[in-house]
Each structure stands twice: as C-alpha cells, then as structure tokens.
Design a protein around this ligand. Sequence first.
Ligand SMILES: C[C@H](O)[C@H](O)[C@H]1CNC2=NC(N)=NC(=O)C2=N1
Length: 118
Amino acid sequence: MSTDSFRLPLCVPLNTQQTEDGLRQLQGWHWDREHGSIAKTWVFDRFTTAAEFFAQLAVLAEQQDHHPEVTSAYTRMQVRLWTHDVQGISSRDFALAHALDALVAAVFSNRLSTQDTP
Ligand SMILES: C[C@H](O)[C@H](O)[C@H]1CNC2=NC(N)=NC(=O)C2=N1
C-alpha cells in the first residue's frame, strides 16, 4: 500500500464565510488577511505568568499536533494560527483557538493585566 495516503491533509482551507463564521464563535480573535492567520493577543499581570501560559500552550499544541506562532513581549503574548499543511486557515486553527481560550479562562483569568489592553 502506498504511504502517500498518510500524508494527505486531514483538513481543507476554510473559505471567507467559514472563517468569518468561526471567528464569530470566539472573542478577541481577528483575521489578519494579509498574514493569512487568525490571531489574538493576551496581556498578563507578570512576565512569569506569560511564560507559564506559553508552557501550557505548548502542551496543548503538542496534543493537537498544531503549532502556533507566538510573539512574546514582556507580559504581552500574541498567538497566530494558520495551517501550513493546507496553506490557509482550517478547522485545526479554530480547535486550538477554542482550547487556548478555555485554558486562559480556566487557569489565567485572574492573572490577566488590568492595566493594559491588547
Ligand atoms: C506532520 C505534522 O502533523 C504537521 O507538520 C503539523 C504540525 N504542526 C502544524 N502546525 C501548524 N500550525 N500547521 C500545520 O499545518 C502543522 N502541521
């Protein structure tokens, strides 16, 4: 049997309508059309909290075998999601976006910055 079938992407790129619908189910995420990603920024109370968030994000990313681009600047963490395998945004990006929001709600909600906005 050919091994090629195992390399077929498990998902397809979402179209404009599907991406906009997906974003409506989320809060604080936006579509960066130029970059071709969905993105969200969190600002935490301390640098060490942001670092802890990154560590837990890494666990989720590994579980989902889906890896974001993360930009860290002191207490600010920007997460960008897109699917390299399909060169677009897919359901895998939305699955991880929901998981990250759930993580922040469950673990970090009282350690977000009250001084700063994303
Ligand atoms: C083989 C492995 O499953 C793929 O390379 C995964 C890994 N992590 C990934 N992460 C992201 N963001 N997009 C992908 O297409 C992707 N593909």
